[in-house]
Design a protein around this ligand. Structure first.
Ligand code: HEM
Length: 441
């Protein structure tokens, strides 16, 4: 009854069977959205198998209404429940209302400007080591290289670990867990993942148990050492206090650390891969960027290149879906329970009314004007905005700067790389194939 009432006034959308809509959504993540927009306008409803309806919105005013809705009306955490086996029940990603704000308040200080600045030298050090080990003068998919780099960076930033057996074991366990997290299997309900306790799900459970053991050991040792001097994120969480003055529990710290490792690794790696995919196909942009880096006198163009990469190739094509808990009016339509409202980064970023010639890669767009809060949303918005946005921008700047200082880059093959979906991210179809040549040579 509720379902029918709530669906009766939804914006129009494709009428083909749910199976077809599900295939379109998964197999053609960006083209399908654009086709729907052409046909139905800036908001439309998609109906997929075993899911309540998704309403995609891309009008900046409507995006603002969704991002600023009261916390008890829209629940982004609920839609992310599928991640619980990876990040744990206390994760900031899965919570809503007071519980969410409580955790966010505890985690935010770890990302304050001063701490970020102190992390800069560690990120630079890790980046230089990684770049030195990358092959030269051959076609190389850079996405896996960037994944390895961002994994080292996040491990160093979160734990301060740079070498040793615990780091090696943790890296291995996390890589195995994330491999599973990116496979379509991870999207199945738990009961259907591995009825016989075999296969990738069982492998995931083993990797998760190993990661848990290592992370809890690290938390306990740090508590015992009363180690609070480092810039790494774990020290900030150990020092954080709930509103009643109590410290975070080991379980809370564990879940938030895993959340940061998961949320901060693949996203940044893929965005860096897209940056190379774009730069190697835009000789004028690349030349201007290299000239600015060589001059060493400020980096406004580098910032603009990163912003334009995030606009043109958002690794997450949308903000977290917000599940309607209490009726809400957005853009003149009242949405009721069981509907998911989705702010589409892909569509708003490719709207010619907002970005003239939207498919052109033109960092100059961001040279004289700051990105708009509701028109540039690669990091989502409102109280759920990505906590690691500044960290990711900093890391991207360091990696691009170091790489372009050391090497010349060119595309591994002609033509742009198509987009493919890996679970919730969209990545370059050939892994961002690039040839690196030492500049010194
Ligand atoms: C280029 C890299 C990244 C992109 C594109 C990205 C994008 C996003 C997006 C779209 C959201 C959902 C926001 C919303 O629905 O309003 C999000 C949430 C989040 N991200 Fe990121 N992210 C990136 C890097 C990072 C990093 C480096 C970290 C941490 C080290 C991180 C931690 C988080 C967390 C904890 C949340 C949940 C925030 C909440 O629910 O309150 N992300 N991110």
């Amino acid at each position: 009854m509720i379902a029918r009432r709530s669906e009766s006034n939804l914006p129009p959308g494709p009428r083909v069977p749910k199976t077809m809509q599900t295939i379109g959504w998964w197999a053609r993540p960006t083209a399908y959205l654009e086709r729907c927009r052409e046909r139905y306008g800036k908001r439309f409803t998609i109906r997929m198998l075993a899911q309540d309806p998704f309403v995609l919105i891309s009008d900046p005013d409507e995006i603002k209404q969704v991002f600023t809705a009261p916390a008890d009306v829209l629940y982004p955490g609920e839609g992310a429940r599928i991640l619980e086996p990876i990040v744990g029940p206390n994760s900031i990603l899965l919570l809503d209302e007071k519980a969410h704000m409580g955790q966010k308040r505890l985690v935010l200080p770890a990302f304050h400007g001063e701490r970020m600045q102190r992390l800069e030298s560690v990120i630079t050090e890790v980046t230089r080591e990684q770049i030195a080990s990358w092959p030269r003068d051959q076609v190389e998919p850079m996405h896996p290289r960037m994944q390895a780099l961002t994994m080292e960076v996040i491990l160093a930033a979160v734990f301060g670990l740079r070498s040793g057996p615990r780091l090696d074991a943790l890296r291995l366990a996390l890589t195995e867990m994330l491999e599973f997290g990116l496979s379509p299997l991870s999207l199945l309900p738990p009961a259907q993942r591995a009825p016989w306790g075999l296969g990738p799900w069982a492998g995931f459970v083993r990797a998760r148990a190993r990661a848990d053991e290592l992370i809890y050991a690290e938390i306990r040792e740090r508590r015992d050492r009363q180690d609070d001097g480092g810039s790494e994120i774990i020290t900030s969480l150990l020092a954080a206090e709930h509103e009643d003055g109590s410290p975070m529990s080991d379980e809370e710290i564990h879940d938030e650390l895993l959340t940061l490792l998961v949320a901060g690794h693949e996203t940044t790696a893929t965005e860096l891969a897209w940056a190379l995919e774009r730069l190697t196909r835009e000789p004028e942009v690349l030349a201007r960027l290299v000239a600015e880096i060589d001059e060493g006198d400020g980096e406004p163009y580098l910032t603009a290149v990163i912003r334009e990469t995030l606009r043109r190739r958002p690794v997450l094509t949308q903000a977290q879906p917000r599940t309607v808990k209490k009726p809400i009016e957005v853009g003149g339509i009242t949405y009721r329970q069981r509907v998911h409202l989705v702010a589409s980064a892909w569509l708003v970023h490719h709207d010619p009314d907002i970005y003239p010639d939207p498919y052109a890669f033109r960092p100059e767009r961001f040279l004289d004007s700051e990105p708009g809060t509701y028109t540039w949303i690669p990091f989502g918005g409102g109280r759920r905005r990505c906590i690691g946005a500044n960290f990711a921008m900093l890391e991207m700047a360091i990696v691009l700067r170091e790489l372009l200082r050391e090497t010349r880059i060119r595309a591994g093959h002609a033509g742009p790389e198509f987009t493919i979906r890996r679970a919730i991210t969209v990545t370059p179809g050939h892994g961002a194939e690039t040839v690196l040549t030492d500049r010194a040579a």
